[in-house]
Design a protein around this ligand. Structure first.
Ligand code: AMP
Length: 406
């Protein structure tokens, strides 16, 4: 039994195929530049001897449907994995589920239309996700397919936390509210943290910090999201690689009046030219650390700002929950940048948040702890695995529905 996870972008398809029983990765790949003359598929596959092989296919792929056909051909060429039509199921990552989708959902025409209706809330992402879904439904009409939404995990937030202090009608008539993103990651790492701590998730208060090129924090009570830093869009909250995070909305009007910048110009400025890049010119944390080591003051400032903002959210979510059992660091930066973890926890001793410098320098592919023994809050580094979470949720969703049919 095999399950395929598809993360479809506007010009790319990222996929990972799992054994649906033990969730080992059987194949994975990335098709880039769909619709251009120089499309490329890089396909990895697990051989019978347990080694991963790599094959690169350079050929023009016009659309997502052709892309999936190439993935199918690549699987057939790479041994005993069979064809996509024999799959147990397909799980699709979908960025925005609005208030419509609270959980993994079996895809049919009605669901596709509902996702389409949500395009105004995620104009860049939902159309790209839909392109993958429609191609996959067409190519594999007999395989059950499940949509897993980035937003659905945060649908448990109470009104007082998801509403903006705007006229209420903007919520009821225009759906303006906090939705939150990275839900699959926050959910996955919180479950892993509970497993590691040997305690039921239902009894734990956890702050999860997904720190990657996109970054978000979440306050989780008993495994349910109470608040999260990303908002109606993934622009709000923490400082990110190229996104500004929290901002006084009046800056928008000020810039418009003083420089005449257009809405499109501002949107691009706040999404692509801000965050770490805005401060020091670079958005990659590894490079920023290197620049900081060379004494670059802007790189140092960018790191300080990044850590400060994370610390502010830790404080806010501590207050929201009243008691915190664990703080989880994940994402490319959260998992790999001890300096940032240290900066984020600096000065939080009175809250029982005490980082152990030596443990903090450890590296592992598994969960590890980085707090001092006298700290009351467990500090965990948990590698995230959104594809695995999507695969597991897909299988869980399909199993009862296949049982019902038989
Ligand atoms: P993600 O979006 O989760 O893939 O994370 C990407 C971010 O993680 C980039 O800013 C990378 O520079 C950062 N990152 C990855 N590895 C490291 C590392 N070893 N040290 C510092 N930052 C890292």
């Amino acid at each position: 039994m095999r399950v395929l996870v598809i993360n479809s972008g506007s010009s790319s398809i990222k996929y990972r195929m799992f054994n649906a029983e033990d969730f080992t990765v059987l194949a994975a790949g990335l098709l880039e530049r769909v619709g251009e003359a120089d499309s490329r598929l890089t396909h990895h596959w697990l051989s019978a001897s347990g080694e991963y092989g790599e094959t690169v296919y350079d050929r023009q792929i016009q659309n997502h449907r052709e892309g999936l056909m190439l993935v199918d051909a690549a699987l057939a060429e790479s041994g005993s994995l069979g064809s996509l039509s024999e799959l147990f199921g397909v799980g699709h990552r979908v960025v925005h589920g609005g208030e419509v989708f609270h959980k993994p959902t079996l895809i049919d025409k009605t669901v596709i239309e509902a996702i389409r209706k949500l395009i105004p809330l995620a104009p860049l992402h939902n159309p790209a996700n839909l392109a993958g879904i429609e191609a996959s439904m067409e190519h594999l009409p007999n395989v059950p397919q499940v949509a897993i939404f980035d937003t659905s995990f945060h649908q448990t937030m109470p009104q007082h936390s998801f509403l903006y202090a705007l006229p209420y009608e903007l919520y009821t008539e225009h759906h303006v509210r906090r939705y939150g993103f990275h839900g699959t990651s926050h959910q996955y790492v919180s479950k892993k943290a509970a497993e590691h701590l040997g305690k039921p998730l239902e009894g734990l208060n956890i702050i999860t910090l997904h720190l990657g090129n996109g970054a978000s924090a979440a306050a989780l009570k008993g495994g349910r999201s109470m608040d999260t830093s990303m908002g109606m869009t993934p622009l709000e909250g923490l400082m990110m690689g190229t996104r500004c995070g929290d901002l006084d909305p009046a800056i928008h009007f000020y810039l418009w009046r003083s420089s005449g910048i257009s809405n499109e110009g501002l949107e691009s400025l706040l999404n692509h030219q801000s965050g770490l890049r805005g401060i020091c010119g670079v958005n990659d944390m590894r490079e920023i650390q290197h620049m900081a080591d060379q004494g670059n003051p802007r790189a140092l400032l960018a790191m300080d700002m990044f850590c400060y903002r994370v610390k502010k959210y830790i404080g806010a979510y501590y207050a929201v929950m009243g008691r915190v059992d664990a703080i989880v660091f994940t994402g490319g930066i959260g998992e790999n940048a001890p300096r940032i973890r240290k900066g984020a926890c600096k000065g939080l001793d009175p809250l029982g948040i005490l980082l152990d410098d030596e443990k903090n320098e450890s590296r592992s592919k598994d969960v590890f702890e980085i707090q001092r023994t006298e700290g009351s809050v467990r500090l965990l580094v948990v590698p995230t695995n959104e594809e695995l979470e999507i695969a597991q949720q897909t299988v869980k969703k399909i199993l009862p529905s296949t049982a019902e049919k038989s």
